[in-house]
Write a new protein. Sequence first.
Length: 257
Amino acid sequence: MADPRRVEFGDFLRSRREKLSPKAVGLPAGRRRRTAGLRREEVAQLAGIGVDWYIRLEQGRTVSPSVTTVDALARALRLSKAEHAHLKALAREPARSPFTREIVPPPIRRMIESLHQPAYITGRRWDVLAWNDAAEEVFGFGRLPEQDRNTLLLMLTNKQTRKSYGAGWTDVAKAMVAMFRANHDVWAGDPAFTELLTRLRESSPEFVEWWEAHDVRSTISGRKTMNHPTKGVLHFEHTSFQANDDPALKLVIYTPV
């Protein structure tokens, strides 16, 4: 069976190729094209690699591209910084055990409990592992079953969350899917991630559409506006930090503005 990471690598190449026009890379449009985007041979030419080799990469075959090849593909496909980093991560040989739910060390748990602004800890699968009272007032994590305490599930399948974001829900949810895609692909094929994807596919038609686009983006700070059922309209700046104790843990803080 093909390595799921290699499959994701190939699918990502294909998705970027199909979104790139000949004009964008200085190539003539030529004869009428039956499919959108560049042809495989055009990408191979731009990257300076063999067509057969490129086809094997896009098909997710068990081949290991060098760093030089990955960089050449990134230039040929005009990848963004986040997309380039994602391609490099997928090209690396996997060296990990099956996913297990992370454990938050007591000092980190006590630290977030002492904060006055909403704060919580997530893991690699975006499960919410710990949170403070202020976060409970806003997000109500404690009222959810443990298997539903996941920020992507909460955004895409929880009706109250969708309602609270109003007209801004689509932009926030779509951005989250692109950020999660970067996390997921390096864990492609892992049962825990497959289970989460199955739930999302079954519950959210928007997720299915956005997921197939294979867009990726890096996690960045920003602003969110929520209409809370009892607190009214809330404006926050949100930012996140990795924990030195375990880089898989991410601290997310919402600062009222």
